[in-house]
Design a binder for this molecule. Sequence first.
Ligand code: PLP
Length: 620
Amino acid sequence: PPFTGVPPVTSVESSHWSPSLSAALYKEIDLLKIVKKVSDPKSSGGLGLQLPLIVRLPDVLKNRLESLQSAFEFAIQSQDYESHYQGVYPVKCNQDRFVVEDIVKFGSPFRFGLEAGSKPELLLAMSCLCKGNSESLLVCNGFKDAEYISLALVARKLALNTVIVLEQEEEIDLVIELSRKLSIRPVIGVRAKLRTKHSGHFGSTSGEKGKFGLTTTQILRVVKKLEQVGMLDCLQLLHFHIGSQIPTTALLADGVSEAAQIYCELVRLGAQMRVLDIGGGLGIDYDGSKSSDSEISISYGLEEYALAVVRAIRFVCERRSVKHPVICSESGRAIVSHHSVLIFEAVSASTYETPGMSALGLQYFVEGLSEEARSDYRNLSAAAINGDSDTCLFYADQLKQRCIDQFKEGSLDIEQLAAVDGFCEFVWKVIGVSDPTRTYHVNLSVFTSIPDFWGIGQLFPIIPIHRLDQRPAVRGILSDLTCDSDGKIDKFIGGESSLALHELEGKYYLGMFLGGAYEEALGGVHNLFGGPSVVRVSQSDGPHSFAVTRAVQGPSCADVLRVMQHEPELMFEALKHRAEECGSEDDGMANAALASSLAHSFHSMPYLVGSSCCLTAMSN
Ligand code: PLP
């Protein structure tokens, strides 16, 4: 990045920082015990919840918030910075009511607020912040219409510390008009389109041609307009966001310095500036590499991040003799990613067996072949005797293709085609080119629960959560329940194309970690698979060191049908009527049983259930 004059952060400086004290008090919680407790209806206190399952750990959420706060407090103290840090959580990262309520509760002692980017997000943020600290910021970002702006003004009237951040220049006219109409004095922020550009996947929002924010010329026009209407004192916050997962503190300091210069210019032009909001971008280390070369990692920790920010702002403000602003950040990924674990079950796996073939079977198979295919077979056998594996491979591939062609023409029967498949598989295995990777079928929808893998190829750590004392003996990819070829996970952390797994014997649970941000919010209902069940688990002094404090079964088939405008109640009535028409007294299944089975289907989750559950449901 270009020279900004801000000295870089050294690891020695940040090494004096100690993370939140509560981290030292954490105990281990066995995820498998949680799964057993909440999924098994027969275990003591068992809830019979269906998988997939999201396990939320509010203690982890609390720790992330406190660690971020204490990193900034340390940086502020060590840099003699003359103001404070006051973050907000962008609710779009995970709008779940209990996640947002927890953040407001845990962050209340240090005025932690919320950021909204749409009308419903603003409504939920307003209602959650009513129970929080009145000094917490409510930052209103996103494209706005008159309704959004009116709602944000109403929020101010409700004594919520609301800032309307202009995302487009035209919004200023609406803010001026509506604030006059409603007689509510607004606090206004402006989102700057910085020149600093973040190069990674998430950097397309930054730079002069970025999608969001106001250019320098537009900011100047807004200042003029506010001055003309006597509202320049309302302009109090400068915001920017150069994208998620900022790879280095050097790039961060560059962006923050540019924003700090704009901030100082706005002070010079007469705005009553108070807050510099540096947006999101605080990254997390998904692959454990701690390297800025990896798109899913970063080369700094919380403490280095905070030091780089505080230092860059202080440096610019000192030079411009400007009072230090309140520092606000909108970290989402770094706050909520760690607190939830997605747990799902592998229900079956493709087998990898060496097909055997009797002498009779072989003869039958060879006799049915065309002259060319038989010649391939002879050449293959000769190459095998000479130990020439390249030639073996060539003829095996050619033989297989010829047999497929013969089958399509109708001159090879299905048993012979199966025999050639088995024979070629055998040859590939013997010469060592067979791919032993298995496909594990998992009771999950990638589109619903890991949409960033499908959409942008983002990798998340995935590992089995049990049998961890046994060495995994096979490698596998994960294939989901949807009838879509993209519904599979075949790329893993560390550049691996398969995952180390155990042989499938009975129940086999896997966990996906660090997916607490964005994944739930972005997931769709492809194939009408709804969201997972959710449990909230806190540490406790009980025998398992945890307590389940909330448990919610995932959406039912009826719930997801409703999302697509179907009316499950009417559908049920129509199908029940049909059952009455079709049923007769001597049917194995009486009408009442048919209706109850139909009702059960509407109420059950779209995911697979164990066969015993199905039978219980039918007999009920
Ligand atoms: N603020 C704004 C305006 C954003 O667009 C985003 C996400 O892209 C965030 C905050 C959250 O960013 P992150 O999850 O990287 O912290």
